[in-house]
Design a binder for this molecule. Structure first.
Ligand code: VG1
Ligand code: CO
Length: 543
């Protein structure tokens, strides 16, 4: 089978964002678009030559076609072995698990995560390194630089291979193994949690549902929650991955998983419900009449770490992304463990996890995880909650309220202004940045500003510096407003406003979140002149 060397010219928009390169499907379908990016990975990641690469995706439209291209290009670029999820399926955390377990040199994940799929939706590609984690900034930057000067790519002239049967093939000189996408991951989960205790919980009158949102976690949840843990058939809903996720946003939050939320409401409400996103790395946790914010979830799991068999002796530290609420900080402070604040995106947790400085980490954007892999992990968080519930035998709401009573409550909400004009959003951020020096010491609606900055992070392990990671405005009473622009969207710009207030009085901890944050929300609107720069009266999504 001959290797073809195909002349190409660079694209100027292949800079990976918060999590890989994401574009509309039609862009990826354009001539050489995918090929150029993939060649840039092979050109910069030399250890893949002669090494093993894991390939899989979330099953969205264009997943299969892209995998065939990547396999032919891997063979033409000297990769010696590829492990491919059956049917082209591998969730993001399962890819991380497979890279680590089989000690491969990296992996390519095809997903645009929670972005909608289908011919008119989004597609994405991300590269994970040998530790199983998303490529750090220096790697994505090198790939991006390569895309700017690329003049040819290498691809094998060969037929498509069969992705659906668990078999081995050769493609040119490369060995291809189609692997069961679920088993390695399910085995890892069984090592992390007390499956016996969870089986006990699920065999009683406990009622739960897991919504896979027609995305990648369906097969994983069926195997783990129904087959291995014994939950009744039908516990997993929307469990078949569809190319367009059934037309929905595979984004597990109060706005996009409304039906699941409804199942938890009222006297007949389920005891527990959870959902995951397109590629299986996000999670939403619900109890009867309660939604557990991802920030609280991280803090609660950290406070209870010793109930999990894998962390029986406690955890060395926790990390959260900058916009995530400071609930985890309070736990770390009281437990006497380290706490780190990193920029948005899971890639910033990798070094801390590798160095053993932290064991749990999370993001407000429904991402929670631990040192078991190097990605956030939706099902891990769900199983962690089930393990916690199996041990404590209390209602979710009672666990959360007891946590607030002990550590205080960080009221928290994120307001997204999606698909706004890019120039307007950029001006809004620039104007805010320009006003930062004057803010400290000033009162805004009766609250004194303690600090105002543009967040920069120096990685404590390798010293790398990441600047312009979002604007933080902190008040003397512990409240905070954060502004940043999304790095995952594909149309226009998305402004994210993160609002947080701290409350120690249990009597006031039961207030409605939007009400408790009302004053801060007003300050944020006025300070950033949101209406003026985005022409929007209100956010498009509130979580
Ligand atoms: C968003 C979230 C961020 C998350 C990223 C990838 O990024 O805010 O916390 O790491 O998505 O998640 P942004 O730049 O749009 O705010 V996933 O599940 O879409 O890979
Ligand atoms: Co995701």
């Amino acid at each position: 089978m001959p290797v073809q060397i195909v002349p190409t010219s660079p694209f100027d928009d292949q800079k990976p964002g918060t999590s890989g390169l994401r574009k509309q499907v039609s862009v990826f379908q354009g001539r050489n678009y995918l090929e150029n990016f993939v060649q840039s990975i092979f050109d910069t990641q030399q250890e893949l030559r002669g090494g093993t690469l894991v390939v899989g995706g979330d099953g969205r439209f264009y997943n299969r076609q892209a995998i065939q291209v990547i396999l032919r290009m891997a063979a033409a670029n000297g990769v010696s072995r590829c492990l491919v999820g059956q049917g082209g399926i591998l969730s993001t955390p399962a890819t991380s698990c497979v890279i680590r377990k089989h000690r491969t040199q990296g992996g390519i994940i095809l997903s645009a995560s929670h972005n909608p799929g289908g011919p008119n939706g989004d597609f994405g590609i991300k590269f994970n390194t040998a530790n199983g984690g998303p490529a750090p900034e220096k790697v994505t930057e090198a790939i991006f630089q390569r895309t700017r000067s690329l003049s040819e790519y290498r691809i094998l002239d060969s037929e498509d291979i069969e992705l659906d049967t668990l078999e081995c093939f050769t493609l040119g000189e490369m060995h291809v193994e189609i692997i069961d996408p679920v088993s390695d991951y399910a085995d890892l989960m069984a090592e992390q949690f007390d499956f016996e205790a969870i089986r006990g919980l699920l065999s009683g009158d406990f009622r739960m549902a897991f919504d896979a949102m027609h995305a990648v976690t369906g097969p994983y949840a069926r195997e783990i929650i129904e087959n291995r843990l014994g939950a009744p058939a039908g516990t997993v809903i929307n469990g078949v991955p569809l190319e367009d996720f059934g037309g929905g946003h595979p984004d597990p939050n109060l706005a996009h998983a409304k039906e699941l939320v409804a199942l938890t409401r009222g006297e007949q409400g389920l005891d527990f419900a959870a959902a995951s996103d397109g590629d299986g790395d996000r999670n939403m946790i619900l109890g009867q009449d309660i939604f557990v914010t991802p920030s609280d979830s991280l803090a609660i799991l950290a406070a209870n770490a010793t109930v999990f068999p894998a962390y029986r002796d406690g955890i060395p530290g926790v990390a959260r992304s900058m916009p995530t609420s400071q609930a985890a900080d309070r736990v770390a402070n009281i437990l006497g463990i380290e706490c780190f604040e990193t920029p948005t995106g899971w890639k910033f947790f990798g070094n801390l996890l590798d160095a053993g400085r932290i064991a749990f980490c999370g993001e407000e954007s429904f991402g929670t995880g631990s040192s078991h892999v190097r990605e956030k992990d939706g099902l891990w968080a769900v199983l962690a909650w089930l393990n916690l519930l199996a041990v404590r035998r209390e209602a979710v709401a009672d666990i959360v309220r007891a946590h607030w009573a002990r550590f205080g409550r960080n009221f928290y909400s994120r307001h997204d202004y999606e698909g706004v004009d890019k120039a307007g959003a950029t001006t809004l951020m620039n104007e805010l940045r320009g006003s930062l020096d004057d803010l400290p010491g000033h009162e805004l609606d009766g609250m004194r500003v303690a600090y105002a900055d543009d967040f920069a992070y120096t990685d404590p392990i390798d010293g790398s510096v990441s600047e312009n990671q979002g604007i933080r405005i902190g008040f003397e009473n512990g409240s905070r407003i954060v502004f940043r622009l999304s790095g995952t969207g594909t149309v226009g710009a998305t402004l994210r406003v993160y609002i947080e207030a701290f409350e120690t009085d249990p009597a006031r901890q039961q207030t409605d979140t939007q009400e408790a944050l009302g004053g801060l929300i007003d300050i944020a609107r006025k300070l950033a002149r949101i209406r003026e720069f985005t022409s929007r009266e209100a956010p498009s999504v509130i979580t």
